[in-house]
Structures are given as structure tokens and as C-alpha cells.
Design a binder for this molecule. Structure first.
Ligand code: ADP
Ligand code: MG
Length: 850
């Protein structure tokens, strides 16, 4: 049965109310609160039962047939909402707006909020390490303006971006934006990429909110920003009914202030997740996140994604790290105290957007408790953070909030004794009442002589005195008991005294719950008034936590403070790749990277598996760490300030992501070449590998020359085209380095050591051997290679004849033809292996006389 097929007039009053509300929430799944359940009807019910694997039942709605229905208990609704939202649905929560107890007829109901992927605010559903951003993007044709907010923390940002899809996407993906609001469906490519390629939730809404929350953009003049903010606010406030009183003033992000990294760089360097498993574990972030709070954890991620370009700010972070590591006792104290702090930012968000409960206020209290101590420590360290301690609020919470509150706020047990006199009195009546029943029972037993008499309580009949049938003759008229209920083998009575007490006790219970609920709301309002200040405190704590984390890393990983130069000099002594060093069970070989002002390009040659890619990544990581304000894995580092990093990692490394086409490779190279400046860093790893040998080599050479002479960006260029190494003689800004390997008795050992000059061996066959190819093939290949190495291909040499003699039937030219095609100097290891297989196959065929 579909919703639009039913006759409204025939529906029950409750279902009419449902229909009235649902018509404003067509797109959303409407969770309709009825008593202790949320119920979904019609198509919503079908969807929910399918997606949540819940039984589909029916509801009597006044029609002949029952309406399809699916229900979830209200106290366990969160995981269900999470599941649906993550699958891309929006959920509208419709609550009872009145207490059914105090209402005659139909309870008023209304939607209190809509939850979509980007606007979850309940802590239990959020990833503590990540911000959950929702964004609007406005396309002004000459640029994009993006506004993104995390309503769980109250942060809101705006930024103008050049009109390039790549740049926009990099920001959206780097920031991990989950949901994007577009004003219209015009930009099909953008829509396809966001939704189709990256699975980002899209919503469409063009209206602007102009008469509320103006303080968010009070100090912003640029009309582009304001339009983007107002569009996002409209969606959040009008469509999703969010209370945004915890949102701070929007921060303008000038992307120019930060080291620019496109999304490929972030991925290739495995800054926040690994390439293969897409997991945080073994990423750089995983390594350096030693924070004690979730706020700090998110802060360090923001720092990593936005390394600085401002030298003063960078040096300030270095100085603080140094200070923390000399005052290591204070550092440890700081960390111990930070450990006590809960997710203040999100607690703040929950005050306005989530379902705040007593436990949250308790967490808030515990967090505030340690603030004076943290303040003392940072004062002692002479750190210039304006940390407030919120002691008044702390005292209030300490006095008011019960130490073990339940999850709901409608059962009482929220408020401590001593906070309110009237409440305390009611409580003593309540507990007095319970004591009273026990003593009353004893008293009655004695007075009546009925030994098995019981005093009890049940929901329907209230308090009663129960006498078994066998003892009925002992109940006297003089007692003035009234009969309440007859059971099969007992009678229940009520006495005047019990009746009186009953009224008092029952009232007390109800009154207590109501009073506690109201007091809770009052306290919540007090917290709400202090929200923006609390948010500043949270931000301050996050910064302190992130810095302390960097200080801990500096100690633990033996990092060194970089110095910064303005002469385009890179001088790294004994640099290391910190993640590989930590994770690999082999000894890590430290390497220098020296590029003085006159050298901008290192051309790196070396066999596969020797460590070329690692060396390149290592440099980029050292620079990113340095500019985010961290010490770096080296024994000495003197670095310039880099404005942008571009990476193009070899096609073979990229196969996993399925992006191995030559076109992608060239597009990424183009992106680097068009955007890089003299202050940029470019990593080109085996560029040109994705096409035919000569093609690729020519392209690689042309690009290398262009980058080194025209752009003059600092560039690491690894290649298996040994021919390129002669460029060193022609272009003074290019320097050859190579990674050495030891070969003895056909075995190869990788030393991972970068040395000056070029190398001329490929060791493809050794790698094939390491990979475990059959002995036969390896021997064959060695033999074939030795033939080529002794003589150039063009001459028909005796070696070749010798080679052919190995095979009985020399009329078969297939093998020889195949061999002629091979140029061992230009073959990649992968091709070598494939070719070997092919050769082997042919030879097998010939042996079998086919
Ligand atoms: P290439 O790019 O030359 O093929 P990689 O950089 O991918 O080589 O490195 C190959 C392997 O060697 C990796 O498993 C890496 O962990 C290891 N490796 C690379 N450089 C070093 C080093 N300096 N010290 C120790 N192991 C290294
Ligand atoms: Mg490599």
C-alpha cells in the first residue's frame, strides 16, 4: 500500500497527523514517535525494514487493510539512524511535543531535526579523529566559494578557490567533507565526480538564510563568502532544523597561507591513510598523533593537512616543542591532565544539536575540573594561550549533577542532594515511603496476627495488603480495609492509612522526576550561555594537546629541529622515512639529500626495490613535517619554505587504484608543470613509464629539461631510462644520484644508500629471482641477458648463434624474433618478467615439437 493511494478522509486521527507532517518531509525517512517507539509507515517502513533488516508489520490506521509499518525502540534508535544515514538516507525525527499524560486527545507532534551524512551531532555516532564536514559550493564561473562546517564542533570555514575542478576536489577530499549542498543541478561533471567517483552525499538547496545567525559572518565583507554561508545556514536551519547557537564566527581560510598539496600528494605520501588498505594505521598521521584528547587528534590532522608557510608561526611551534622537551616534567603533567579531558568541542555541539544527558554534563564537569592545573602548567611554560578555567560553571556542575546519571533525562537521578531543598524533601518522602512499607507490613502482621500478610505495590491497583484465602477469617471489619482486587487464592485490600501514604509517595516520585528534568534544562541553559567561551577553551586545549604530541614525537622518534633558509637550499643529513623506519623490521638506512641553490633537480637511478620512491617520499614528508611545525627525522635539516608539493608516483605503484592509464599520468604531470613555482617541490617517480619505451623516454627528457630550466622547482626525478643521466652534463641544475645495490654470485643485496652519480644496471632478473620465479627461467634469462650485454643487437654475433643452438629446431624463428624485440637496457622489471614467461612458453612449445 502506497502513501499516495490512501484516502485521507478515511484515516484515523493519528494517521492524519502523520500524513500532515510527512508531506513536508518527502525526501526523508520519517521516524514518527509513538510512545516508546519510532515508527515508519508506508514506503518509509518498507525501506527501513529492508535496510535495517527489521520485520515489516502493519498498523491499524482506520483503513480496511493495515498500513505497512516498521518500528524501532526509542532508546536504541541511534545505531539505526547511523546505518541509514551512512547509506545516504536522510532521517527526520518527529517527536511528541507534549507529555501524553497532560494531554487530552491527540498529542502534538513535530519534526525536531533532520539528520544527514554531514550533520550528525551525537558523539556516539562520530569518529573522534575526524571532523564531520558539510559544505556548500557556489560556482561563480570565475571562481568557487566553499563554506564548510562541522556542526558537532561548531567550526565553520569559508574559502575562495580558483575555478579549477582539481583544486576544488582536492579541498573537498583533503578535508574529508561528507556532504555537499549545491544550489542547482547545472554542473554535471562536478555532480558526477563528487557523488559517482567519491561517494559524497549531495543535496540541493539554493535559498539563503538572511535573518538569523548574522553574527557568524558579522565581520566578513566579501559578498561571496556571505552568500555561501547563508546558503549553508538555510539548509541547516530551515531544512534540517538545527540550532546553531554554538557556531563561532566563520574563519576565512586563505589557501595561499598554507602549503598546497593536491589530493594525489596526500594519498601518495600516505599522510592520513595508506594507499592500499585505506586505513589510518601506518599513515603519517597515525605515527605522529600522540594526542590525549579527540580535539587534539583532530587538530593535529588539520595541521598536517594545512602545513604553514609563515616562518614566524613555524618557528613559534618549534620553540614550544623545544620548551616542552626541556621542561619534560611539566610536559608529563600536562599530558596527564589532558588525559582527563573529554571531547569538549563536541559536548558543546551536543548542547545545542544533540540529545544532551546527565552523563554529558558529568563529562563536562570532569573536563573543567583539571583546567586550573593545565593553566598553571602553561603559565609556568610561559605559553601565551588565553586559557579560561570556567570555575563557576564547574562549581555549579559539581554541586548539581548526580555522579551516576542514567542515559535518559526523564527518569530522575540527575540532580545531587543538597542542590535544591524542595527536591531533597521530596526525596526523603520517597525513601521514607519505601521504609514505611516494610515497617508497615511488620506492624500489620503483629496487629492482625496474620503471619503471611504482605504489603506490596502494583501499577494498576497501587499499594495493597494481601491476605491469602486461608487467612481471610482473620480480617476484621474493625480494620476498615477496603477490598481492592481478588486473586485466585488471595484478596487484596487497602487501608485508610496506606491510602494516605500512597498519595504522598506516588506524588513525590512523579514530582521528583519532573523537577529534576526542569533543573537539568536550567543548567543546560546556563552551559549554553557559556558555549562560545567553552569553544575557545576547547580550541586552546586542542592546540596545546597537538603541540605536546609533536614534542613527544620529537623525543620518541629522535627528530631534529630544522632551520629555515631563503636561498632555495635543501640540506638534509641522515634523513629517514619515519613510518617505514617505525614499521619495517629491517634496519632503516638514513640518507642525505643535498641540493644547494644551483641544483634544483636530482635525477635518481637505481634498480627496482632499491628505495627510489621511498627516498622521494621521505623528502616530501620531511618538508611537510617541518612546515606543520614539527621536528623532522634527520640528524640535520636546513630547508626552504615550500609553497606547493606535487607528486606523480610511477604507474606500477598506482595499479591498485585502477588509475594507471597514461592519460592520468600525463594529467598529473601537467597539473604540476602548470602550477609549480620556483618554491615548489615536485616528485616525478618513473614518469613516462606508462607508454612505449621511446615515447616515454622522450617525454621524460623533455619534461625534465623544462622543469629544471624553466620552472626551477626543486624536483626529484626517478627514472629507469639510464639514457637520461647524460643530461647532467648539459644542464647544470641537474645532478645524478643513484641507489646502490650489491651483486655477488647472482645474488643482489639492496643497500638503500643514495650516492652521487648514475648507475647503469637494472637488476630486473635479480628482482625476478627474489620474486621466486622458477630457477629455469632465471638461468635462461641470465643467459639471454649475457648475450645482449656482450654485443649490441645489430650485429649477428656468434653468441646469438650459440643461443639458438640451445634449441634443436632452428627453423623456428619465433623465439629469435621475440628476442630481437627486447632491449634489456630499456625493459622494466615487470615487462622482463612477462617476457620471460612468454619466452619460456615458446621454448616449451618448441621442445614438444609443436
Ligand atoms: P623503488 O622505488 O626503488 O622500487 P622503494 O622505494 O619502493 O623502491 O623501496 C623498496 C623497499 O625497500 C620498500 O619495501 C622499502 O620499505 C625498502 N626501503 C626503501 N628505502 C629504504 C631505506 N632507506 N632503508 C630501509 N629500507 C628501505
Ligand atoms: Mg618506486
Amino acid at each position: 500500500m502506497k502513501r499516495n493511494e490512501v484516502n485521507y478522509e478515511e484515516l484515523s486521527p493519528m494517521m492524519k497527523q502523520y500524513m500532515d507532517i510527512k508531506k513536508d518531509y518527502e525526501e526523508e525517512l520519517l521516524f514518527y514517535r509513538i510512545g516508546d517507539f519510532y515508527e515508519l509507515f508506508f514506503e518509509d517502513g518498507l525501506t527501513a525494514s529492508r535496510e535495517l533488516e527489521l520485520t515489516l508489520t502493519g498498523k491499524n490506521a482506520g483503513l480496511e487493510e493495515r498500513v505497512p509499518m516498521c518500528g524501532v525502540p526509542f532508546h536504541s534508535v541511534k545505531p539505526y539512524i547511523e546505518k541509514l544515514v551512512n547509506k545516504g538516507y536522510k532521517v527526520a525525527i518527529c517527536e511528541q511535543l507534549e507529555d501524553p499524560k497532560n494531554t487530552k486527545g491527540m498529542v502534538k507532534r513535530g519534526v525536531i531535526q533532520v539528520i544527514s551524512k554531514g550533520t550528525i551531532a551525537d558523539l556516539e555516532l562520530l569518529n573522534e579523529h575526524n571532523n564531520h564536514y558539510i559544505a556548500t559550493i557556489i560556482d561563480y564561473t570565475y571562481m568557487y566559494t566553499i563554506c564548510y562546517a562541522d556542526i558537532s564542533t561548531g567550526d565553520i570555514f569559508v574559502s575562495n578557490i580558483p575555478h579549477e575542478l582539481d583544486k576544488l576536489l582536492s579541498l573537498v577530499l583533503n578535508m574529508g567533507i561528507l556532504e555537499v549542498i549545491l544550489p542547482n543541478h547545472d554542473d554535471i561533471e562536478l555532480i558526477k565526480t563528487l557523488k559517482g567517483t567519491y561517494g559524497i552525499e549531495l543535496s540541493f538547496s539554493a535559498e539563503k538564510l538572511t535573518n538569523q545567525y548574522q553574527s557568524i559572518y558579522a565581520n566578513i565583507e566579501d559578498a561571496h563568502y556571505i552568500e555561501a554561508i547563508q546558503t549553508l545556514l538555510y539548509y541547516l536551519v530551515v531544512k534540517e532544523l538545527k540550532d546553531l547557537s554554538h557556531l563561532k564566527e566563520a574563519t576565512i581560510i586563505y589557501e595561499d597561507d598554507y602549503l598546497e598539496m593536491d589530493v594525489h600528494t596526500v594519498r601518495n605520501l600516505e599522510l592520513i591513510e595508506t594507499l592500499r588498505l585505506k586505513e589510518r594505521t601506518f599513515s603519517l598521521l597515525w605515527l605522529i598523533d600522540k594526542t590525549k584528547t579527540s580535539m587534539g587528534s583532530r587538530k593535529i590532522k588539520q595541521w598536517l593537512m594545512h602545513p604553514l608557510k609563515n616562518e614566524t608561526k613555524i618557528l613559534d611551534r618549534y620553540a614550544k616543542i623545544e620548551k616542552l622537551n626541556t621542561e619534560f616534567i611539566l610536559k608529563e603533567q600536562l599530558r596527564d591532565n589532558l588525559y582527563e579531558i573529554y571531547d569538549l568541542e563536541r559536548l558543546c555541539g551536543k548542547v545545542t544539536c544533540g540529545s544532551l544527558n546527565g552523563r554529558d554534563l558529568l563529562q563536562l564537569k570532569k573536563s573543567l575540573e583539571v583546567l586550573p592545573e593545565i593553566k598553571r602548567i602553561i603559565d609556568e611554560l610561559h605559553f601565551d594561550y588565553p586559557l579560561k578555567t570556567h570555575q563557576k560553571l564547574y562549581e555549579l556542575l559539581e554541586k548539581a549533577i548526580y555522579e551516576d546519571p542514567p542515559v535518559t533525562i526523564k527518569e530522575g537521578y540527575l540532580i545531587k542532594e543538597g542542590y535544591n531543598k524542595e527536591l531533597d524533601e521530596l526525596k526523603s518522602i520517597r525513601s521514607g515511603g519505601k521504609d514505611f512499607i516494610a515497617s508497615f507490613e511488620n506492624k500489620l502482621k503483629e496487629e492482625t496476627g496474620i503471619k503471611n500478610l504482605k504489603v506490596g505495590y502494583n501499577k494498576v491497583f497501587g499499594y495493597y495488603i494481601e491476605v491469602t484465602k486461608g487467612q481471610l477469617q482473620n480480617v476484621s471489619e474493625d480494620f476498615h480495609w477496603e477490598r481492592r482486587q481478588t486473586l485466585t487464592n488471595a484478596e487484596r485490600y487497602i487501608s485508610p492509612e496506606l491510602k494516605e501514604k500512597e498519595a504522598l509517595i506516588l506524588n513525590a516520585e512523579e514530582k521528583i522526576v519532573e523537577m529534576e528534568y526542569n533543573m537539568f534544562l536550567e543548567i543546560k541553559d546556563i552551559v549554553k550561555k557559556e558555549l562560545l567561551e567553552l569553544k575557545d577553551t576547547a580550541d586552546c586545549l586542542a592546540t596545546i594537546d597537538a603541540l605536546t604530541s609533536l614534542a613527544v614525537c620529537a623525543e620518541e622518534y629522535h627528530l631534529v629541529k630544522p632551520s629555515i633558509n631563503h636561498e632555495h637550499i635543501i640540506e638534509i643529513k641522515n634523513g629517514r622515512h619515519p613510518v617505514i623506519e617505525k614499521v619495517s623490521n629491517m634496519e632503516y638506512v638514513a640518507n642525505d639529500c643535498i641540493m644547494d641553490a644551483s641544483i634544483n633537480t636530482l635525477l635518481i637511478t637505481g634498480p627496482n626495490m632499491s628505495g627510489k620512491s621511498t627516498y622521494m617520499r621521505q623528502l616530501a614528508i620531511i618538508i611537510i613535517l617541518a612546515q606543520m611545525g614539527s621536528f623532522v627525522p634527520a640528524s640535520k635539516a636546513n630547508l626552504p619554505i615550500i609553497d606547493k608539493i606535487f607528486t606523480r608516483i610511477g604507474a606500477s605503484d598506482d595499479l591498485v587504484s585502477g588509475e594507471s592509464t597514461f592519460m592520468v599520468e600525463m594529467k598529473e604531470a601537467k597539473n604540476a608543470i602548470v602550477n609549480a613555482t620556483e618554491d615548489s617541490l615536485i616528485l616525478f617517480d618513473e614518469l613516462g613509464r606508462g607508454t612505449a619505451t621511446y615515447d616515454g623516454m622522450s617525454l621524460a627528457e623533455a619534461i625534465l629539461k623544462y622543469v629544471s630550466t624553466k620552472i626551477r622547482a626543486k624536483t626529484l626525478f626517478s627514472t629507469h631510462y639510464h639514457e637520461l643521466t647524460v643530461l647532467e652534463e648539459k644542464i647544470p641544475s641537474i645532478k645524478n644520484v643513484h641507489v646502490s645495490a650489491l651483486e655477488s654470485d647472482g645474488q643482489i643485496t639492496f643497500l638503500h644508500k643514495i650516492k652521487n652519480g648514475a648507475v647503469d644496471k637494472s637488476y630486473g632478473i635479480h628482482v625476478a629471482k627474489l620474486a621466486g620465479l622458477p630457477e629455469d627461467i632465471i638461468n635462461d634469462a641470465m643467459h639471454i641477458l649475457s648475450v645482449y650485454e656482450k654485443k649490441p643487437l645489430k650485429n649477428k654475433s656468434e653468441e646469438q648463434i650459440q643461443l639458438v643452438m640451445e634449441f634443436p629446431d632452428d627453423n623456428h624463428d619465433e623465439l629469435r624474433d621475440k628476442l630481437k624485440e627486447i632491449d634489456p637496457l630499456r625493459i622494466t622489471p615487470m615487462e622482463a618478467i612477462n617476457t620471460l614467461f612468454a619466452l619460456k612458453k615458446i621454448s616449451e612449445k618448441e621442445r614438444n615439437g609443436e
